[in-house]
Design a protein. Structure first.
Length: 132
């Protein structure tokens, strides 16, 4: 991994975050229908959750910003670590699962990779995953 200024001529601070997508570390178990209240407390932070699902399940993720200036984004990954849904900033998304196993849900600030990345954007969110 190499971190540098895009133009190569400026200085400043940055935040970096890494999450392993194969066998992610530190993911919280999320039961179907459970409501989780979370927050992005530092630039670059990613929160990780896992929910069990079988092929054919419809997985609905609701992610609602409730405070702060962050715009949260979620991405749902299959057990094979490939994207099933997202990444998206949509509050309510439904995906049809095509594999049996644990799905990984990553929540992060949508602006951390864009022009807003230099600002400290903290905020709270509420998430609910429903598997049917």
């Amino acid at each position: 991994m190499n971190v540098g200024d895009f133009g190569g001529t400026d200085v400043g601070s940055y935040a970096i975050s890494v999450q392993r997508l194969n066998r992610p570390i530190g993911c919280r178990a999320l039961s179907s229908g459970a409501v989780i209240v979370g927050s992005i407390a530092a630039p670059g932070e990613m929160d990780c959750y896992m929910v069990a699902a079988v092929a054919g399940d419809r997985v609905r993720i609701r992610l609602v910003d409730v405070s702060g200036s962050s715009v949260t984004r979620e991405e749902t990954l299959r057990p094979s670590e490939t994207a099933l849904c997202g990444p998206t900033t949509t509050d309510d998304v439904t995906c049809v699962n095509d594999a049996t196993g644990h799905l990984t849900i990553i929540v992060e600030d949508a602006h951390q990779n864009g022009p807003e990345a230099t600002r400290s954007r903290h905020g709270g969110w509420i998430s609910q995953a429903t598997v049917r």
